[in-house]
Design a protein around this ligand. Structure first.
Ligand code: FES
Length: 633
């Protein structure tokens, strides 16, 4: 196959790709992450690049006239067919690291996890034992493993003890290295144990485990000392699969349309996880062999892609996942960088769009133990929620679309440096806009929390009406753009991208659809139980985005129910925290399996009820103002 040389600017990085490859693939090969919300379908317009030298074929698709006039083309539809090509990838088309929800206060995390009746002591997943074996002689000539096993049985109440192939290969030398003293690491089950590591001598280092949250947007790992139960290091980054599509559907489409798509997308997330593991190992100064178990919480599609399970039926009616419970997998089978015989356990899912991340979060909240009715919401591309108490539990997923994560919004972006995250509009001062950005950098776009703020403040200043229609306000900021009326939030002179940052009426409609879907989901669940919204005594908001949410603005736009601030609790990365809690005890994980089974899934696309509620929620805050008394006041 002919190779074509592609030079990526401004880094001056050179890669060789197969003739006919797209510029998007060339960038990936060079390790550059290009925005590609639609997964390379040519429809999102986010992968714009400029050819500096050479020729490409194609490059057409959804790109504004202004961008085409600047000489930009789409990297996903442009193929390299002959001669070397030099391409510039502008800042605006690149994916960068962004705010990843880590818990700095590790003690706080422990407190929140409250090692209650499912605590650590009764049933750890892994334990290390310091043993001194009986030395063999001509009469006591049992095998090394037989003597190890006998010694272990004195410490463990199990019927069967086995040893992994890898550990067995090292056993004869390890037992003799330090005078028959060894430290063994065992994976524990209810009535068996498997030795997966033998260290010479009596070693004091604790066993370690990893809690892993694979989000559609971010991937976060927490390294846990399993002896003390403490998180000792954390690390997170954006999910590199974002270069293959922003949301779960476009990533499934990628696996269907790309040759070896499933293997490729699986490798991307595994590489991403392994990079994070290297970071936490370095922070704690340990090696991969010191880590024996990993607990994974992720949505149903992310788990399918992580484990390499065919995901295509998730997106096709009647939306069926390959499985809702997943087998325990050895690390070596996935290429995950912990000890090769270490075990990877995944949270069970409820349905195609309510995954293990929600089961993990629900377990963390303790919703299933409450007498009062609680609501747990994880707001992201899908607003997933669980409603109920100790008698019944219901869950659903409403397709909010990617707006709150910056998708489908002209200057929408994730919470990276330069993302506007807070906005104020001074109506009496020529609609002057003041804002705060992530990292205090010059503004380059608006992230989810900024968009909610923006919608609320535009409404408050009278720039938009209750339907989100732009009003004829007298300011230079209001103008007619490519997509109809638009309002300038930051001018080119103050922005970090030499362009005006605007929000258009079309963007506002997208946001209203997203917030309407979340609120409608809550109402449909309540309707099913014939309950008014006031019966909810507590609302727990989880997910990476939840922590940056402004509660007042979220209520003002009708995203969240109009309830006093004391009814709300932000619980941060509930998926990761739940994984951490389950990592500490086999009983906690068993409890999650039961919890997953006890959740009744409500399919919102079935029947008209969701649509009716959705239509009513398409106003700011809602058609029925009696649902939002504090906003009406
Ligand atoms: Fe190229 Fe979406 S238009 S990735």
């Amino acid at each position: 196959m002919d190779k074509i040389q592609v030079t990526i600017m401004p880094e001056n990085l050179q890669v060789e790709v197969e003739k006919g490859s797209t510029l998007l693939e060339a960038a990936q090969a060079a390790g550059i992450s290009v925005k590609s919300s639609c997964g390379g379908q040519g429809t999102c317009g986010r992968c714009a690049v400029k050819i500096l030298e050479g020729n490409v074929t194609g490059g057409e698709g959804n790109l504004s006239r202004a961008k085409r006039e600047e000489g930009l083309i789409l990297a996903c539809t442009a193929t390299v067919d002959n001669g070397p090509v030099t391409v510039e990838i502008p800042e605006a088309s690149r994916l960068h690291e962004h705010q990843v929800l880590l818990d700095d206060d590790e003690e706080g995390l422990i407190r929140e996890s409250q090692l209650d009746e499912e605590g650590t002591d009764d049933a750890p997943m892994v334990k290390k034992f310091q043993l001194t074996l009986a030395e063999p002689n001509m009469t006591e000539n049992a095998s090394d493993f037989s003597r190890l096993s006998t010694e272990l049985k004195g410490n463990l109440d199990v019927e069967e003890i086995t040893i992994s192939y890898e550990a067995l290969k090292t056993l004869p030398n390890k037992v003799r290295e330090q005078d028959w003293k060894v430290t063994v690491t065992c994976l524990l089950k209810d009535d068996s144990a498997e030795v997966i590591r033998v260290e010479a001598g009596h070693v004091d280092t604790p066993p370690y485990g990893i809690a892993l949250d694979i989000g559609t947007t971010t991937v976060v790992v927490a390294l846990v000392d399993l002896a003390s139960g403490k998180i000792v290091a954390q690390s997170g980054t954006f999910n590199r699969q974002a270069t293959m599509g922003d949301d779960v559907i476009s990533r499934i489409v990628y696996t269907e349309e790309e040759k070896d798509g499933l293997e490729k997308i699986q490798k991307v997330v595994i590489d991403c996880i392994n990079e994070l593991l290297d970071e936490v190992y370095e922070k704690q100064n340990i090696a991969a062999e010191d880590v024996s178990v990993m607990m994974v919480a992720a949505n149903t599609t992310m788990i399918h892609l992580f484990l390499g399970i065919e995901p295509m039926y998730i997106r096709r009616e009647p939306y069926i996942p390959g499985a809702a419970q997943y087998p325990v997998v050895k690390a070596k089978d996935l290429g995950i960088n912990i000890i090769p015989d270490g075990e990877i356990t995944s949270f069970p899912a409820v349905a195609s769009y309510v995954g293990g991340d929600i089961v993990s979060g629900a377990m963390l909240t303790g919703i299933e133990k409450q007498e009062e009715i609680w609501l747990f919401i994880d707001i992201g591309t899908n607003g997933e929620m669980v409603l109920g108490n100790n008698e019944w539990l219901m869950c659903c997923a409403c397709s909010a679309g990617p707006s709150f994560e910056g998708g489908g919004i002209t200057f929408g972006m994730r919470a990276m440096d330069g993302a506007i995250e807070k906005i104020n509009i001074d109506k009496d001062n020529d609609y002057r806009v003041s804002y705060a950005t992530v990292g205090n950098a010059s503004p380059v776009g608006i992230c989810g929390s900024g968009l909610i703020d923006c919608l609320s403040k535009l409404r408050k200043a009278g720039v938009i009406d209750r339907q989100g229609k732009m009003q004829k306000v007298d300011t230079w900021r209001m103008r007619e753009g490519d997509d109809g009326p638009e309002f300038v939030l930051a001018s080119a002179s103050e922005s970090g991208i030499d362009q005006d940052i605007i929000i258009s009426e079309a963007d506002i409609q997208n946001l209203i659809r997203a917030k309407g879907a979340v609120y409608a989901g809550i109402r449909v669940m309540l309707n099913k139980m014939q309950l008014p919204i006031e019966v909810i005594s507590k609302i727990l908001i989880g997910g990476g985005f939840g922590n940056y949410l402004n509660l007042n603005d979220s209520i003002r736009i009708g995203l969240l129910p109009d309830m006093p601030a004391e009814c709300y609790e932000f619980i941060g990365n509930s998926s990761l925290k739940g994984a951490y809690k389950a990592l500490l005890s086999r009983n906690a994980f068993k409890h999650c399996i039961e919890l997953g089974k006890s959740l009744t899934y409500l399919e919102l696309s079935d029947g008209n009820e969701f649509y009716d509620e959705y239509v009513q929620a398409m106003f700011l805050p809602h058609t029925d103002m009696s649902l939002f008394p504090s906003v009406e006041d």
